[in-house]
Write a protein that binds this ligand. Structure first.
Ligand SMILES: Nc1ncnc2c1ncn2[C@@H]1O[C@H](COP(=O)(O)OP(=O)(O)OP(=O)(O)O)[C@@H](O)[C@H]1O
Length: 675
């Protein structure tokens, strides 16, 4: 089906009287098919009417655009009619005259007789023949709204826009009008967008319900497909087997938003007390301790320090602490020894959910530092046995019952663990039953492979290339083969730290974002290689770091080494925004393997951890693109589609998984302060 209306990455920013701005909507992306009925639902003030007004052409997006049948909407037009809650009829005109006014204006090229027929037909359509000569003052609320609908339909719009059309009517009248509207829309195959607060109304009328989060920066939290067959009848839809499940889902979404609002208000109220004064350069803290692990993809941190990006943004002194494991990073952030750290992509979510029997500790990430850069290395023994791909590995594992192979991963919440598990499970290998996964720091992988304690691993560079260089193993897959562009390392800070030092946090994100951009220029790579290999950072031979960074990547197989331009991706292709959809994928995988429960309130958790808003602020201040990646379905190498509106459906479709727990994870601001 072709797209009829497209809301294309729309932002709406209002200028306020005091000179400030208010970002009402951020990055709204919605494609609507012809004949679809869409409802917009969300708490008061989230931006539903603003969005509707932009489709109507009554207001303009600040960024992005709205397109109808391939044409950009720039002003109101008769192809889009709006029905408001307050009817907006002219009180001195009769029902007939109110409709005639619009018809005579828009269809003026048609003969008068035809226009009369059209007016009459639409008066009949809404059952008002008996009241055609009455003025609005003589009509009930329901009758007035029927006139407004008839007037909108009479000029044959392509899209009908309804802003809480039945909000002012009593329940009985509302019910009758809903049925009438539904019938008209179904018969004329009209495309409708309706703003409503009424969950049952949305379920009765809609094909899809678009749920908006709270503002500022409201975005689409979830889209619900209403799979109730048409024609529908008001008294029957409630008997549909999924009616109450869908209803509960919407109400749950609204409750999550209510709770998030309450927390924001509490946080705002506590700010003046808890925030330290700005020390210098407009920042609250100008000396920072930041943790990292000696891996090729720590480059942005090293570059930010060595090339002066931290100082450029007012952070006078940064002590980079080389840590030995991801576990140490998590612990040093939890105990506040570190202000910030390079983290594996799943760590902020996992710590927030309290993975591994820890108390939930909210961590925020406002920046992705790198994408890709991992590989799965297996010992030469597999190669000698003819293992070239996942299928071969499965065969060998099935044949060797007496031995369980051990594979190293660097942290339960790391993409190494989640991607290795995904890859194995896609090939029918249960990562908890058919192999033995062991958590080891990256720097121990090569030695353990050499000693035979493990048979392979999934790790970042330079540890794969080093094994190849030393003739210890071969790369069976890089993460480009599994999920090209997967989020790899992120910047992580405690949420209370981010709240306490907001300007410093922003400066840190800006400094690292600029460093990421610097790292992606291939003409800088030789210089960065030199910086990275220094004793205080990777302390590595350049030969281990070069492959995939500046030189062709050698898998240690018979295959010719190949250049992999995106193997270490730091900036291009929207690398840096901590998008919520990929965060949601991580949540599904943590739950899949029993590492954390799947949070029933996932929208709330993602909004809290993956701080798209703070990333956007930093990017805008630098004049760099600030868009969140598309809120679209995607798939990994096996073709299984991940639909962000149905994460639980995705989990259910995955053949191999542990028992999945679904739990509401409530972490309030008071706990945060005490943590
Ligand atoms: N012209 C304006 N100038 C400044 N702010 C505005 C303007 N119009 C709307 N806003 C703000 O934008 C946000 C979204 O408003 P909008 O009316 O779209 O919300 P809504 O979801 O339709 O609310 P409701 O359900 O209460 O009708 C609100 O915070 C509102 O105060």
């Amino acid at each position: 089906m072709s797209v009829f209306v497209e809301v294309d990455h729309v932002d709406k920013i209002f200028s306020l009287a005091n000179g400030d701005t208010y970002v009402a909507l951020r990055n709204i992306e919605l494609k609507i098919n012809q004949g679809e009925f869409i409802s917009l639902i969300g708490h008061s003030g989230c931006g539903k009417s603003t969005l509707l007004n932009m489709v109507a052409g009554l207001d303009k997006p600040s960024h992005g655009g709205v397109v109808l049948e391939g044409k950009q909407i720039t002003s109101p037009g008769p192809d889009r009619m709006v029905v408001f809650q307050n009817y907006s009829l002219l009180p001195w005109l009769t029902v007939y005259e109110n409709i005639a006014l619009a018809v005579d204006e828009v269809l003026k090229d048609q003969p008068g007789g035809d226009r009369k027929t059209i007016i009459q037909k639409h008066i009949d359509l809404v059952g008002l023949r008996h009241a055609a000569d009455k003025r609005p003052g003589e009509l009930s609320g329901g009758m007035k709204q029927r006139v407004a609908i008839a007037r909108a339909l009479a000029i044959r719009p392509k899209v009908l826009l309804l802003d809480e059309p039945f909000g002012a009517l009593d329940a009985l009248t509302r019910g009758g009008l809903q049925e009438q509207l539904m019938k008209i829309c179904e018969e004329s195959h009209l495309t409708c967008i309706m703003v409503t607060h009424d969950v049952d109304e949305a379920l009765l009328l809609s094909d899809r319900i678009v749920m908006l989060t709270n503002g500022p920066e409201a975005h689409i939290g979830q889209i619900l497909n209403v799979n109730i067959p048409r024609p529908r009848h008001r008294l029957e839809v409630v008997n549909h087997p999924s009616y109450y499940k869908m209803r509960n889902e919407i109400i749950y979404f609204l409750n999550q938003q209510k709770r998030a609002k309450k927390r924001q208000i509490q946080e705002a109220a506590s700010k003046p007390v808890s925030r330290p004064a700005k020390v210098r350069q407009g920042l609250e803290k100008v000396t920072l301790d930041i943790g990292f692990l000696p891996l090729t993809d720590c480059a942005p941190l090293i570059v930010a320090k060595e090339k002066g990006f931290f100082q450029k943004h007012g952070i006078e002194e940064v002590n980079l602490h080389r840590e030995t494991s991801w576990k140490a990073i998590a612990s040093n952030i939890a105990t506040k020894r570190l202000d910030a750290a390079q983290m594996v992509a799943g760590m902020p979510l996992a710590m927030t959910l309290g993975m591994g029997n820890n108390s939930p500790l909210p961590i925020v990430t406002s920046l992705i530092l790198s994408r890709n850069g991992n590989a799965i290395t297996l010992s030469n023994q597999f190669y000698e046995q003819g293992v070239r791909n996942l299928k071969d590995l499965k065969r060998i594992i099935s044949q060797t019952n007496e031995q369980t192979y051990s594979l190293g991963v660097v942290h339960p919440s790391s993409m190494h663990n989640l991607m290795l598990r995904y890859w194995l499970a896609s090939g029918g290998i249960d990562p908890d039953k058919d192999v033995n996964l062991v958590v080891l720091p990256p720097s121990q992988m090569v030695d353990r492979l050499k000693s035979g304690e493990i048979d392979g691993y999934c790790v970042g560079e330079p540890w794969n290339s080093r094994a190849v260089h030393e003739g210890l193993g071969f790369v069976i897959a890089t993460d480009l083969d599994i999920w090209q562009g997967n989020p790899e390392k992120v910047l992580g800070v405690r949420e209370d730290w981010a709240n306490q030092y907001p300007e410093t946090h922003l400066a840190l994100v800006k400094a690292l974002l600029e460093a990421c951009e610097y790292c992606d220029h291939h003409q800088h790579r030789q210089e960065i290689l030199h910086l990275l290999c220094q004793p205080q950072y990777l302390d590595s031979l350049p030969a281990y770091v070069r492959p995939g960074f500046i030189a062709p990547y050698n898998r240690g197989t018979h295959e010719q080494p190949r250049l992999l331009p995106r193997y270490h991706q730091f900036y291009v292709n929207q690398t840096n925004c901590p998008g919520r959809v990929e965060g949601l994928w991580i949540l599904t995988q943590l739950a899949r393997w029993g590492l954390t429960p799947f949070p029933k309130n996932w929208i709330e958790i993602l909004d809290r951890v993956r701080r798209v808003d703070l990333f956007g602020e930093a990017a805008r201040q630098l004049g760099l693109p600030d868009k969140e990646p598309d809120r679209a379905s995607f798939q990994l190498f096996d073709g299984m589609v991940f639909n962000p509106d149905d994460p639980l459906g995705y989990l259910q479709r995955l053949d191999i998984h542990r028992e999945i727990q679904i739990k509401e994870i409530i972490i309030d601001a008071v706990n945060t302060a005490a943590a």
